[in-house]
Design a protein around this ligand. Structure first.
Ligand SMILES: Nc1ncnc2c1ncn2[C@@H]1O[C@H](COP(=O)(O)OP(=O)(O)O)[C@@H](O)[C@H]1O
Ligand SMILES: [Mg+2]
Length: 488
């Protein structure tokens, strides 16, 4: 299955390093053996120029033609208009005709989704698609945000740009509400940083403090260097132009950070299964629902038994009485697969429930139970064979779905402490759906509780005491104006 990530590099301000970042992050990813497509979605075509296509107006096919074909509902041949750059990335170029497209799009059907329609078609050919956005909040950038899985926001560290960031966040949340609820912010990237001045340091520190809790601010900062400025129009990346310079090193580090975002979630898990597959020397069949968690969470709306709920979209958080995810995303998929197999074969089902989980036993076969192997035995069996599951079992006592509201408070506490990125995702989901995460806690309140626990314990208090709960209740009601209480 295609696993392509679409990143819009965006900021309504010009001259902040969008194009430079798109080119050098893209080529950085290609150097890590990723299949990368860069899309120049700016009529000023600086990405096209910077990759060495110096006469964009002479190009036979550009993004303009592609969008026009989408509007006219004409088929686009595979690879149409795509250029192959010497440093391993593909480019869909742009030229000045794109500025006329803005106006034509306004009257088109699905005007915000034209680029998305195209990208969905070419996704299977790439691991990453980076879109260099136009510096505006107009219809082309809107198309980019509608097509993207996430955004990276290059920004120069200045107090002025902080204002612009607020504006951008506002339009991103609007896109999320109206067009693309899955859109994520990968992070703010500080560019052209002159670290010799104290001012830059102060501004970065204050912006990190201001945004850092809600949005990732990349650890990597791109330093200012004339060597970087020289690359514009030379057709080469910073890696080719100034291989050992500080900007090349910074973009390399950024590439690693961007790869890390994925590694931490889905790809990381597949990795373990890939290794297991190699180890046992047999194919492992991976079953997956056609739609993902977020689709059901936000969009899939069943007929509601409770009419009061009919106004809400999506399944929202699972709860003790509605564990929809286990059914829709797991057991139903397994059952459908087995049903097909059973038409042809006699199927014996073995289920990997451990000997200390016997309450989950039903009418299948449970070899671990027969062998008396507990969860702990199984883990040490794995460890002895070099499978450490990324260290997750060192942190969590049970590794289940990380976003499950039904896991214990203790596991959630660990998620909060060890995986701030995932916690931010939880908060985003929680802020944009109609149920609260837990019956009596939103994700934000839970975070506030965990912080409060830390403080309480630092002062020698016991977090199981009645005094703690009284103080916690006060603390939460103090925060009450910012958080909505139980909507379930
Ligand atoms: N790290 C850097 N140091 C110095 N100059 C840079 C750096 N990054 C980009 N530039 C220069 O700054 C200008 C604006 O960068 P660009 O990437 O085109 O921004 P945007 O796409 O946001 O308009 C360009 O001339 C570019 O060469
Ligand atoms: Mg640009």
């Amino acid at each position: 299955m295609a696993n392509c990530k679409v990143i819009a590099v965006t900021n309504q301000k010009g001259g902040v390093g969008k194009t430079t970042t798109t080119a050098n992050l893209g080529i950085g990813l290609a150097q890590e053996n990723k299949r990368v497509l860069l899309i120049d979605a700016d009529a000023q075509n600086s990405l096209t120029l910077s990759l060495g296509y110096l006469k964009p107006d002479d190009l036979p096919v550009t993004l303009t033609d592609i969008i026009q074909s989408v509007i006219d509902d004409k088929p686009i041949p595979d690879g149409h208009g795509i250029l192959h750059h010497g440093e391993g990335v593909d480019l869909l170029p742009a030229n000045i005709t794109l500025s006329g497209m803005e106006i034509r799009l306004i009257n088109a059907m699905n005007r915000e989704r034209a680029l998305r329609t195209y990208i969905n078609e070419i996704k299977p050919h790439y691991d990453y698609i980076l879109i260099d956005c136009m510096p505006s909040l107009g219809i082309m950038p809107l198309n980019s945000l509608a097509a993207a899985d996430s955004v990276i926001i290059p920004s120069q560290p200045s107090f002025l740009s902080a204002k612009g960031l607020d504006l951008l966040m506002h339009s991103i949340s609007q896109v999320k509400r109206q067009i693309n609820p899955k859109l994520k912010i990968d992070g703010i990237l500080f560019t052209m940083v002159d670290s010799r001045t104290n001012e830059a340091k102060e501004i970065i520190a204050s912006l990190r403090a201001h945004y850092g809790e809600k949005i990732r601010v990349f650890g990597t900062e791109i330093p200012f260097s004339v060597r970087a400025a020289e690359t514009s129009g030379r057709g080469k990346s910073i890696y080719a132009h100034d291989k050992n310079g500080k900007v090349a090193a910074a973009y390399h580090a950024l590439t690693k950070e961007v790869l890390e975002i994925e590694r931490k979630t889905e790809r990381f898990r597949n990795d373990a299964v890939d290794r297991l597959e190699a180890y046992i020397g047999r194919p492992i069949i991976r079953l997956k629902a056609a739609r993902d968690f977020e689709y059901y969470f936000y969009e899939y709306t069943p007929k509601r038994k409770n009419p009061a709920l009919s106004q809400y979209r999506g399944m929202s958080w699972p709860g003790p009485r509605g564990r929809w995810c286990t059914g829709i995303l797991k057991t139903r998929i397994v059952a459908a697969y087995l049903k097909k197999l059973k038409e042809e074969y006699t199927v014996i089902e073995y289920v990997g429930i451990a000997a200390d989980e016997t309450k989950r036993i039903k009418d299948k076969n449970y070899p671990l139970v027969e062998w008396g192997m507990t969860e702990k035995d199984c883990l040490s069996y794995c460890y002895r064979r070099g499978f450490d599951w990324g260290g997750l079992y060192e942190i969590f006592s049970r590794v289940s779905c990380w976003c499950c509201p039904l896991q214990s408070l203790e596991e959630l506490r660990k998620l909060y402490r060890h995986f701030p990125d995932l916690w931010r995702q939880l908060e985003e989901w929680d802020n944009s759906t109609w149920r609260t995460f837990l019956k009596n806690y939103s994700v934000r309140q839970l975070a506030a509780r965990f912080d409060f626990e830390d403080e309480w314990q630092k002062n020698g208090g016991n977090i199981r005491s009645r005094a703690f709960y009284t103080a916690l209740r006060q603390e939460l009601s103090r925060l009450g104006s910012e958080v909505t209480l139980c909507r379930r």
